[in-house]
Write a new protein. Structure first.
Length: 246
């Protein structure tokens, strides 16, 4: 069946702890959806997909408040910044998340298709398929739904992002779709969430090291991803798994 927010069981809103306690209707709707999806509709059958990037801590903190045992899938591409790998461990410990799953490409596949780890340079789409899309499809096989941290403000390609999608036979939930940069910043501060160290160096969106640069003044947050390559998403939100990790 097609899923809509209205079809999920009703539950009280879990208000966030920011300095302005009043959420917009869209922000509150996404937060309520997150709670109901984890606790009721997809209990035991849902996972979070997280890049442990620039804004990831907020979604993971909200998830931890609902159920710290919610599976969190981290795409360990073998191409991450060392700072991201350190942040993945530190943030998981800080939030008390108990089921972080590193999802990596099969060694046989990387040895066959990218033995020198240079595929990103001449075919970034193939590199993302090898190191992200295919491993994630396999990891999601046992789940009926998954949660992303994508937001409408991040890029023009995400401006119409819905809260709920049904793609590839699974339900995909984007609970923070309507959240603004100001709200996210306020929540980081109110919750005293640790920041990814690269954000202090101008990285507004953080992916694999070879394909990520710091953003410049006036650019959208994802402008540093695959800059100059004519590519804006990694593919996990567009193929059989459909979308890009935030």
């Amino acid at each position: 069946m097609d899923l809509s927010i209205a079809e999920l069981p009703q539950a009280p809103l879990a208000l966030v702890s920011g300095p302005d306690a009043a959420l917009s209707a869209a922000e509150a709707e996404g937060l309520d959806l997150l709670r109901r999806a984890i606790s009721d509709e997809f209990r035991g059958r849902i996972a979070v997909v997280s890049s442990f990037g620039a804004e990831s801590a907020l979604l993971l903190a909200l998830v931890a408040e609902i159920d710290r045992a919610t599976p969190v899938l981290f795409l360990d591409t073998g191409q991450h910044f060392p700072e991201t790998l350190a942040y993945r461990h530190d943030l998981a410990r800080h939030l008390g998340l108990t089921d972080i799953r590193d999802v990596a490409p099969a060694r046989a596949d990387t040895e066959r298709h990218d033995p020198d780890s240079w595929l990103w340079h001449f075919d970034p789409d193939a590199c993302c398929a090898l190191r992200k899309v295919e491993p994630l499809n396999a990891a999601l096989a046992s789940f009926d739904a998954w949660i992303t941290g994508r937001k409408r403000h991040q890029s023009p390609t995400r401006a119409a992002l819905p809260l709920v999608e049904r793609l590839g036979g699974k339900v995909k939930i984007n609970p923070l779709a309507a959240w603004s940069p100001a709200r996210i910043e306020a929540e980081f501060a109110a919750r005293d969430l640790p920041a990814h160290t690269l954000t202090a160096h101008g990285f507004a969106s953080i992916g694999c090291a070879p394909c990520t640069r710091a953003t410049r003044a006036g650019e959208d947050p994802r402008a540093g991803r695959w800059a100059g390559r004519g590519k804006v998403e990694c593919g996990i939100h567009g193929g059989s798994a459909e979308g890009d990790v935030p």
